[in-house]
Design a binder for this molecule. Structure first.
Ligand code: MG
Length: 490
């Protein structure tokens, strides 16, 4: 049994709805409320951006408290070093190529008005939870497709409020190639070119409204922040307090919003029965200070700094408090793990890559059932980690104009050398051969554009024939901000 939940429920007994049956109670059978789940996903926040991960300039008291009261993982990897594939992977429990989410008509992420997106036939965490009675809402950045067929409301979320893609994909200084940035409520555009400075506060407001409205039934809130993706529009109070410019202010805004949500959960008496997860979709760009900590590389690279991000899990009395774990966990594991904790499981209709690591999360073991992770960027297989060993066969550099290289022969001992500074391939030929065999197996399954291999286990991306952008620029429209003045993007 992979969880500590009662076997009657795991084995599919009639326990649907908002409670789960337990055969362990003194009265023979008691009903327990399924835990609420709050999944907070920051954008481009690096491994080292938090106070509890050692950033010298960022104060993150609320996130630090979350870590002190919960379990912080230091070897947590998202499925991709960029937004769309990482988010699709986390929600479905699949490596991006498995669901065709590695390349979007030749581009690395989704852009406004594209006719591709997350196939509605894929099961998401929200879909799985909805089936067992959860109220579900997504607030914030979606980035898994902006056509109606691909929106959160078609993927198990009862409601949606947020930007359907990145905050640099609107009309922005000097690069007005995109339609006006849409703010959506469910499937309706309710505002164009919203004031980004106050958007996080509106996200918090919507999150709290949802929590209050569903306090008597289990709920799943997926809050995906706009911050710290460029451009940085942040409320003045955070800028004034920041010791690291607008970037530090954006980090502080995420921290503040977490504090507000935690305070509300406590106020409503939901704190004890709510599992809160905090993470980021990919590593930092690192051009605002070394926010990937001691890790090498940036967003959009397969070095550790691109893919290894913070993961904090808090659930009082259930998840060990104050523990730090270096066990390997991936974004793909969150879907089956949280489903198991909620008393359900993926429907099994389509193969997934995520593993149920609920025993690890709930402190039943300190060892992860996962010891292998494959590093994908777009459709290329860049490397593999097994245990402490990381094999790198390709690399690229995102910030600074570095180039792509393939045919690399690198091996790193991540326990001794997490910064990937010393190639020890020559000293460990057997390990290299073993990891190369794993890469070859993965190529056959999920493909590798670098080697020219098409994976046999891929499924196609969702597709619609006549896509159109959610908004169109109208020169006569009195937009609140007709053009964002900051030119930063990426
Ligand atoms: Mg991102």
């Amino acid at each position: 049994m992979a969880t500590d939940l009662p076997s009657c429920m795991i084995n599919g007994a009639v326990c649907g709805g908002s409670t789960i049956g337990s055969c362990n109670g003194p009265l023979g059978f008691i009903m327990k409320k399924r835990p609420n789940i709050v999944l907070i996903n920051a954008d481009d926040l690096g491994w080292g951006d938090l106070g509890c991960t050692g950033h010298p300039l960022h104060k993150t008291p609320h996130l630090d408290r979350l870590a002190a009261e919960g379990l912080r993982f230091t070897s947590f990897y998202q499925g991709s070093p960029v937004c769309s594939p990482s988010r699709g992977a986390m929600l479905t429990g699949c490596y991006p190529p498995r669901i065709g989410f590695d390349s979007f008509e030749g581009r690395g992420v989704l852009f406004p008005g594209q006719g591709v997106g997350l196939d509605p036939r894929e099961e998401t965490l929200a879909s799985a939870l909805k089936k067992v009675g959860y109220a579900t809402m997504h607030v914030g950045k979606w980035h898994c497709g902006d056509q109606p067929e691909f929106l959160p409301t078609r993927h198990g979320f009862d409601h949606y409020y947020g930007l359907p893609y990145s905050n640099d994909m609107g009309r922005q200084g000097g690069r007005d190639t995109y339609p006006p940035l849409p703010l959506l409520s469910d499937e309706e555009v309710i505002e164009q070119q919203p004031d980004q400075t106050g958007l996080t506060a509106r996200y918090v407001q919507k999150s709290i409204e949802f929590i209050r409205a569903n306090q008597r039934r289990p709920f799943f809130l997926y809050l995906a922040h706009m911050h710290v993706h460029l451009p940085h529009y942040v409320a003045k109070r955070f800028e004034l307090e920041s010791k690291n410019g607008a970037y530090g202010a954006a980090v502080a805004c995420i921290d503040w919003s977490t504090g507000v949500i935690m305070a509300e959960l406590k106020r409503l008496g939901l704190d004890e029965n709510t599992i809160v997860i905090f993470t980021s979709d990919n590593g930092s760009r690192c051009d605002f200070g070394k926010s990937n900590g001691h890790l090498r590389g940036t967003k959009n690279t397969c070095w550790e700094g691109g893919m290894r991000v913070p993961l904090i899990v808090r659930w009082p009395g259930k998840v060990p408090a104050g523990r730090v774990s270096d066990a390997i966990v991936t974004g793909m594991d969150l879907m089956p793990t949280l489903a198991a904790i909620a008393g359900t499981r993926p429907n099994g209709k389509r193969r997934i890559d995520g593993m149920d690591l609920s025993r690890l999360v709930l402190g039943k073991t300190r060892t992860s059932a996962r010891d292998t992770y494959f590093y994908y960027r777009v459709s290329g297989l860049y490397g593999v980690r097994k245990g402490k060993w990381k094999r790198v066969v390709a690399s690229n550099s995102y910030v600074g104009g570095g180039s792509f290289e393939k045919g690399l022969d690198l091996l790193f001992d991540l326990d001794a050398d997490p910064g990937e500074t010393t190639n020890v391939a020559g000293a460990h030929p057997r390990i290299v051969r073993k990891l190369d065999a794993l890469l070859e197996q993965c190529r056959k399954d999920l493909g590798d554009s670098i080697a020219g291999v098409v994976g046999q286990g891929r499924r196609p991306i969702g597709w619609v024939p006549w896509p159109k952008p959610l908004t169109e620029f109208d020169a006569n429209h009195p937009y609140y901000m007709a053009m964002y003045d900051l030119g930063d993007a990426g």
